[in-house]
Design a protein around this ligand. Structure first.
Ligand code: MN
Length: 321
């Protein structure tokens, strides 16, 4: 998915100053962002005062939307740099095309993982015909400096490993939970897991005390560490936990996101992550000049133009809030 906001406000993130070293319960409200003509997504990251959770730097939750009589998701070709995109669905399907020639339909609880490295472009669309409902999340993972110029590649993992307990199924999206590891490629210590809980399930999920964590509620109603959560909200949990108490009040689906605090300071603007103003300016002009980011074939429509850069220079933020 692309950040389609025309304002394209830069986000300066990373660094220890944002990380809460002890367990906290900070409920983040979503911001409603229009995506194309007919879709509205709920943006959880970046959020006011909370820009990253480990290397996770962008989280949109969308649906469930009835798109039976609509085109559904139609995100034209656009570029990425310095990040991985994670496409995660609970309902419906998304057709991914990219400048490497990948053409892949992504279905519920399959991992579509695109590593942009130095440059890639892609489009995402609801295929025709498509299922009635579309429900999912689009997430980005920041690449550390040592890997941000890596070669772009796309992975599709249709059968992800599961961890089960009474009333709970955890699907490993990235990283490891309770000794079970996703095949998805990661570049810094992090985890992403989809948690399905049946009503009245109580479970303590093991966590890494060195990681910071958040839980995105996809559907249902639950208490996470005692805090009531509803769909489209995200609860930031800080660091220093060895486990997380979950209590499903109805059939519930959650996404657990976590990772080692991301110490490098970043500039995130539009669909790019860089370290300097020059990184971002060069990426923007390369995209507009059809350099570096390749070409997406087969999408019925034009590529997305980049928004204007803000007049004030972008600088990575210091370590205090
Ligand atoms: Mn995208």
């Amino acid at each position: 998915m692309s950040n389609l906001e025309r304002a394209a406000v830069p986000s300066l993130c990373g660094g220890r100053g944002f990380v809460v070293p002890e367990p906290v319960r900070e409920l983040l409200s979503p911001r409603r962002v229009p995506l194309g003509e007919s879709t509205v997504v709920r943006r959880l990251l970046p959020n006011l005062g909370r820009r990253m959770v480990g290397a996770w730097c962008f989280v949109d939750h969308y649906g469930p939307d009835d798109i039976a009589d609509e085109p559904g998701m139609q995100v034209p070709p656009h570029p990425h740099m310095g990040l991985q995109t994670v496409s995660w669905l609970h309902e419906g399907e998304v057709l991914h095309r990219d400048s490497l020639g990948s053409l892949q339909t992504i279905r519920p609880r399959q991992l579509g993982l695109m590593t942009s490295g130095r440059a890639i472009s892609h489009s995402e669309e609801s295929p025709r015909p498509h299922a009635r409902l579309l429900h999912g999340a689009q997430l980005w993972v920041a690449l550390p400096d040592s890997h941000r110029h890596t070669e772009p590649h796309f992975e599709h993992h249709a059968d992800l490993p599961l961890v089960t307990a009474p009333g709970l199924t955890a699907t490993l999206i990235l990283g490891t939970v309770d000794g079970t590891t996703s095949p998805g490629t990661t570049y810094s210590p992090l985890v992403g897991a989809d948690l399905t809980l049946t009503r009245d399930t109580e479970h303590r999920l093991p966590l890494e005390p060195d990681f910071e964590y958040a839980v995105l509620t996809m559907s249902g109603e639950a208490r996470v560490d005692g805090v009531p959560v509803l769909p489209g909200s995200m609860l930031y949990l800080g660091c220093g936990r060895t486990d997380l108490p979950l209590h499903a009040l109805s059939d519930t689906t959650l996404m657990l996101l976590g990772g080692e605090p991301f110490e490098e300071e970043l500039i995130m603007w539009w669909n790019f992550i860089g370290r300097t103003q020059q990184d971002i300016e060069t990426a923007r002009s390369d995209w507009m000049a059809s350099h570096r980011f390749g070409e997406v074939h087969g999408y019925a429509g034009d590529r997305l133009p980049a928004p204007e850069l803000p007049p004030v220079p972008l600088k990575p933020r210091g370590r205090t809030r």
